[in-house]
Design a protein around this ligand. Structure first.
Ligand code: URA
Length: 166
């Protein structure tokens, strides 16, 4: 049912990758990740971590918009997994931020609680994973916004340590 596939975008030598859930309405129209309201918030949040959007590679666990923005089904995630693994291998980032529970479950730990694990870095196979709340969740739940902002400040410190970047 997609209009356009949304493979992701960013520099192939990015040291940081952001991985969300799946394309929404705007993303499906434009073929680019995080260009709707959640993307606008994401761009502002990246600033808190001392990052610009141009510096990071942004993609999703599924490349096609699920009908009515429902959560991707396990078989849809599985279908896109080789493509995602290929992207991670190609970009070879030092740090991967997962955005939202489905991305955390897919890439970090299928049983982890986002309430407990958000903002806590974990190293898996040489890559530092930082689970974050999804910006779209912070648009719907005002109480998540300060937590996400605090995590971005924490991410800034994590990046400074992991990458030696100011
Ligand atoms: N939400 C996502 O998870 N990904 C996008 O690309 C846009 C919104």
């Amino acid at each position: 049912g997609r209009t356009r596939a949304v493979p992701g975008e960013g520099p192939l030598d990015a040291r940081i990758m952001l991985i969300g859930e799946g394309p929404g309405f705007q993303e499906d129209q434009q073929g680019r990740p995080f260009v709707g309201p959640a993307g606008e918030l994401l761009n502002r949040l990246l600033g808190l971590a001392g990052l610009s959007r141009e510096q990071v590679f942004i993609t999703n666990i599924v490349k096609c918009r699920p009908p009515n923005n429902r959560e991707p089904l396990p078989e849809e995630v599985a279908q896109c997994r080789d493509f995602l693994n290929g992207q991670i291998a190609l970009v070879n980032p030092k740090v991967i931020c997962t955005l939202g529970r489905p991305a955390m479950h897919t890439l970090v730990d299928p049983t982890a609680s986002i309430t407990r694990e958000h903002g806590k870095p974990r190293k898996v196979d040489g890559i530092l994973y930082v689970p974050l709340y999804h910006p779209a969740a912070a648009l719907h739940r005002q109480d998540l916004r300060p937590q996400l902002e605090a995590d971005m400040l924490k991410l800034k410190a994590i990046l400074e340590q992991a990458l030696g970047q100011a």
